[in-house]
Design a protein around this ligand. Structure first.
Ligand SMILES: NC(=O)C1=CN([C@@H]2O[C@H](COP(=O)(O)OP(=O)(O)OC[C@H]3O[C@@H](n4cnc5c(N)ncnc54)[C@H](O)[C@@H]3O)[C@@H](O)[C@H]2O)C=CC1
Ligand SMILES: C[N+](C)(C)CCCC(=O)O
Length: 496
C-alpha cells in the first residue's frame, strides 16, 4: 500500500463473513468514508441490513461449535499466530489506520503494538481458564466450569478502530466465543484486516465476522436472538440505548463510555514529568480519547510555572500530515466533529475562559492537506468548575486548567462529575498519591504518569462511564459464564 497521504482508495468489500470479504446481502445506500488528513473520500461504505447481520451471526454460530470445543492451549496457539501476523504487518495496518483515522503514524504504530500484545496476553490466559473443585459431605463433590457465552457482539468507536476490536476479540476468542464486530462507520477499514488475519492464523471460518454501518446495523446486532453478549465502546447516550436493547434479551453488556477525567498536579511533583503527563493526558489522537485527563487541577503554588511550561510545550506540537514521521498531531475525525470541538472553545470564551494557546483551525502549507480537519491544540486558563468546557466531554485537543489549594478540596471537585472513567495524580509524596487515588471515583487511575496502556491492567469505568472491564485477567469474567456441577456419590434420600 502507498504510504503517501492523499493517494489510497479502497475498492474491496468491507464486510467479512465465513472467512471471506463479501458485499452485504442487503443494506442501505452507500456512505462516504473520508481521509481526515485531506477531506478526500477513500471509499464508499455499504451498510449491512438485517439479513446480512443474521448471516454473520449464523456464520459465527457455526464456527463457535468448533472453537468452543477446542482446548485453551489449542486456541492459544492460533491467537499467538494472529499476534505474530499483526507484528509482521504492523506498518501496513498502522498506515491504513492513519489514513482512515487521521492520527499520526507514530501513534498508530503504538496502537498496533498494543493490539498484538493484547492477543499475546489472552493467548497466555486461554490455557488457564478453569473452574474449582469443591468437596461435599459423604464423598460427594461439586465442580465449576468456565464456559464461553456464544456469539458476542462487539461495537466500536472510531478513535482506536483496530485496538478496540482487539481489546474485545482477544478475551472473547480466548474464552472460546465467536464474535460479530461492527466498527464505527467512520473507520471501517482496519477491522477487516483483523478478520483476515484471524483466518490466516487458523480460526474456524466465521469465528470473527465484520458487519458495517451505523445505528441501524448496531440495533440489528443487539436485538439478534442468537447474540449472547454485547461489548460496546462509544458515547454515553448510545450506551444507554445498548443497555436498553440488552435488557430486552437479558444479555450481559460491557460498556466503555465517555469521560471527563481529572488530573491532579500537586506542588511537590516532578514538574517536567507532570507537564509530560498533562500532554499525554490531553493530546493523544488529537484529544479524541475517552480516558483523557481534561480537567487539569494544579496546586495554586505552581500554577504559573506549570501553565507556562504546558503552554510552551503545547505550542511546539508538530501538527500536519499524519503519515510524516515527525508529525505528532494529525487531523480530527471529520468536519462535523471539528466544528463541534470549535463550538466548545467558542462557548468556553463566552463563559470567561482564557485561551492560553491554540484553539484555532490549522491550515497546513501542503496544498493537498488544505481540506483536512486540523486544529491547534488548545490550553484554557481561567476556568471554573461550572463551565461547559469543564463539565462536558469535548473529545478534542482541549485542556482546561483549574487551580486548587487543598487536597480535600481537589478530591471533592475531581469527583464532582457524572463520569468516572479515569483519573491521575502527580506528587512525590507516596502516602498522598495512594490516599488521593483511593478517594477518586474512577475505574482507571494513574500515579505519576497518564494514558499508558499495559494490556495486563484492567480498564473500564465507574458511574456514567460504564461497567465491565477490558484488558487484564478481569476481562475473562466478562466473556465467560460459570456452570456449577453437583455430583452425588451416595444414594438419593428422597423427601417424598
Ligand atoms: N471508554 C472507552 O473505552 C471509550 C469511549 N469512547 C467514547 O465514544 C464516544 C465517541 O465515539 P462515537 O463513535 O462518536 O460514539 P457513538 O456512541 O456515536 O458510536 C459508537 C458506536 O456505536 C454505534 N451506534 C450508534 N448508535 C447505535 C445504536 N442505536 N445501536 C447500536 N449501535 C449504535 C456507532 O455506529 C459506533 O459503532 C465518546 O463519548 C468517547 O468517550 C470512545 C473510545 C473509548
Ligand atoms: C490507549 N489509550 C489508553 C490511550 C486509550 C484507550 C481508550 C480509548 O479507546 O479511548
Amino acid at each position: 500500500m502507498s504510504s503517501v497521504t492523499g493517494t489510497v482508495t479502497i475498492h474491496q468489500p468491507l464486510n467479512y463473513r465465513a472467512g471471506a470479504r463479501v458485499q452485504p446481502a442487503d443494506g442501505g445506500q452507500a456512505e462516504d468514508v473520508y481521509e481526515p488528513a485531506t477531506g478526500r473520500v477513500i471509499t464508499k461504505l455499504l451498510s449491512s441490513g438485517e439479513k446480512e447481520v443474521d448471516l454473520a451471526v449464523q456464520s459465527a454460530k457455526a464456527a463457535f461449535k468448533i472453537w468452543s470445543q477446542m482446548s485453551g492451549m489449542e486456541r492459544s496457539r492460533v491467537l499467538l499466530e494472529a499476534a505474530r501476523i499483526i507484528r509482521e504487518q504492523r506498518e501496513e495496518i498502522a498506515t491504513l489506520e492513519t489514513i482512515n483515522n487521521g492520527k499520526s503514524i507514530f501513534e498508530a504504530r503504538v496502537d498496533i503494538d498494543i493490539s498484538w500484545q493484547c492477543l499475546e496476553y489472552y493467548a497466555g490466559l486461554a490455557g488457564s481458564l478453569a473452574g474449582e473443585h469443591i468437596q461435599l459431605p459423604g464423598g460427594s463433590f461439586g465442580y465449576t466450569r468456565r464456559e464461553p457465552l456464544g456469539v458476542c457482539a462487539g461495537i466500536g468507536a472510531w478513535n482506536y478502530p483496530f485496538q478496540v476490536a482487539c481489546w474485545k476479540a482477544a478475551p472473547a476468542l480466548a474464552c472460546g466465543n465467536a464474535m460479530v464486530f461492527k466498527p464505527s462507520p467512520f473507520t471501517p477499514l482496519t477491522v477487516v484486516r483483523l478478520a483476515e488475519i484471524f483466518t490466516e492464523a487458523g480460526v474456524p471460518k466465521g469465528l470473527f465476522n465484520v458487519v458495517q454501518g451505523g445505528a441501524a446495523t448496531g440495533q440489528f446486532l443487539c436485538h439478534h436472538p442468537d447474540v449472547a453478549k454485547i461489548s460496546f465502546t462509544g458515547s454515553v447516550p448510545t450506551g444507554i440505548k445498548i443497555m436498553g436493547m440488552a435488557a430486552k434479551g437479558i444479555k450481559p453488556v460491557t460498556l466503555e463510555l465517555g469521560g471527563k477525567s481529572p488530573l491532579i498536579i500537586f506542588s511537590d511533583c516532578a514538574l517536567e514529568n507532570a507537564v509530560n503527563g498533562a500532554l499525554m493526558a490531553n493530546f493523544l489522537t488529537q484529544g479524541e480519547v475517552c480516558c483523557n485527563g481534561t480537567r487539569v487541577f494544579v496546586e495554586r503554588k505552581i500554577l504559573d510555572v506549570f501553565t507556562k511550561e504546558v503552554v510552551k510545550r503545547t505550542q511546539k506540537i508538530k501538527i500536519g500530515d499524519p503519515l510524516l514521521e515527525d508529525t505528532r498531531m494529525g487531523a480530527l475525525i471529520n468536519r462535523p466533529h471539528l466544528d463541534r470541538v470549535q463550538g466548545f472553545i467558542k462557548q468556553a470564551k463566552e463563559q470567561g475562559a482564557e485561551v492560553l494557546c491554540g484553539g484555532d483551525l490549522y491550515v497546513p502549507d501542503d496544498p493537498k492537506l488544505k481540506n483536512g480537519y486540523y486544529m491547534q491544540p488548545c490550553v484554557l486558563g481561567n476556568c471554573t468548575d461550572d463551565m461547559t468546557c469543564v463539565k462536558e466531554e469535548i473529545f478534542g485537543p482541549v485542556m482546561s486548567i483549574l487551580p486548587f489549594d487543598t487536597e480535600e478540596e481537589v478530591v471533592e471537585r475531581a469527583n464532582n462529575t457524572k463520569f468516572g472513567l479515569a483519573g491521575g495524580v502527580f506528587t512525590r509524596d507516596i502516602q498522598k498519591a495512594h490516599r488521593v487515588v483511593a478517594a477518586l471515583k474512577a475505574g482507571m487511575c494513574f500515579i505519576n504518569n497518564y494514558n499508558i496502556s499495559p494490556v495486563e491492567l484492567p480498564f473500564g469505568g465507574y458511574k456514567a462511564s460504564g461497567f465491565g472491564r477490558e484488558n487484564g485477567r478481569a476481562a475473562m469474567e466478562y466473556y465467560s459464564q460459570l456452570k456449577t456441577v453437583c455430583v452425588e456419590m451416595g444414594d438419593v434420600e428422597s423427601v417424598f
